[in-house]
Design a protein around this ligand. Sequence first.
Ligand SMILES: [Zn+2]
Length: 399
Amino acid sequence: MKKKILLTLFITGLLVVPAIPLGQSQAASQEALDKINKELAEIQRKKNAQRQQVKETEQNIAVVQKQIKDLNTELMQIDLRRNEVQEKLDQLEKQMDDTRLKAAQAQDELDEAADRVEKRDALLKTRVKSMYERGNISYWDVLLGASDFGDFLTRMEGLRLILEQDTRILEDNLRDKATIEQKKKEIDHQLTVYAGMYDEAEALKAELDKQYQRSVVVKAELDKQEKELEADLERSGQELLALTRAESEKYAERVRALSSSSGGYKGGKLALPIADGNFRFTSGFGVRKDPFTGRSAGHNGVDMAAPKGTTIMAAASGIVTYAGYYSGFGNTVMIKHNDELTTLYGHIREGGIKVSVGQQVAAGQKIAEVGSTGRSTGNHLHFTVYKNNVAVDPMPYLR
Ligand SMILES: [Zn+2]
């Protein structure tokens, strides 16, 4: 029940509108138009700010990505270094093992040599001792045992020779032992050197590990930053999209407000886009011979031949929705007049576009100058009328 009453009030309210005097209505629509223009300017200001935001975020992402790339290179280099150092450590370990083995062998040799020295020494001592012990009597023994003095001397000489030989062997053994000792000392020294190198390499590896860990932490931070920036970019992009939508809605709203205001296009005839007498129609709407291929082709508008630079005017009031190069039409302007009607002006001369997108134009206002840009064989205006986005014959609108 309540709903019905509200609806009735709403309808009544609408019906009341035409009762407002014309002057007030015009003032009201001008006010509405001003309000829309203000809102549009605000949307465009926000849009520019957002576009700037997007640009900055993109730059920041590029910076972070460069840092991540550099860091990845650094991590790879550290890893390579770590592998090198690890190889060095493995090699040193093997060298140390070999050297330890050599040291153990040298120790064995040394023990054996010492043993030999000891045994020879003992033997020599025994011999000397027995000689001397025998000395007091053995001279006699030897002498008595000797068949003659010559024999005695021979026997003495034999003893002396044996002693001499034993002494030589002992001396050899001692030299031998000294050599082995020296060798073992060198091996032990080598082991100390290797151990030092090993410690150094190990310290280096620990440092590299630390560096690697630090870089990994920094990289994680940068990855996080990049993700956040990407999310910012996504948000800004969505915001930009929403603002662009709001902008085009505002444009449509303005077109509607404009067509309801006194000077707006409310349907019916369009004004000639080139002043009467300054042009002649050269091609109509529909099928015609293509000026380039000579074959039959569709023509979605009318051609109006006129000298280069001739003034082109808006066929009705509206909002400029396109101003720039548009493939075959060359330099082109499009004006939206109301929800259903849009006009297009093609082949405008270089530098001949006099309006910009979003601009509000009045019927008969100069918007461009005749030229021959795009797919054109001579100076002329190509004029198309779109009704609900479909090209229709402009002639009924112009005559
Ligand atoms: Zn044409």
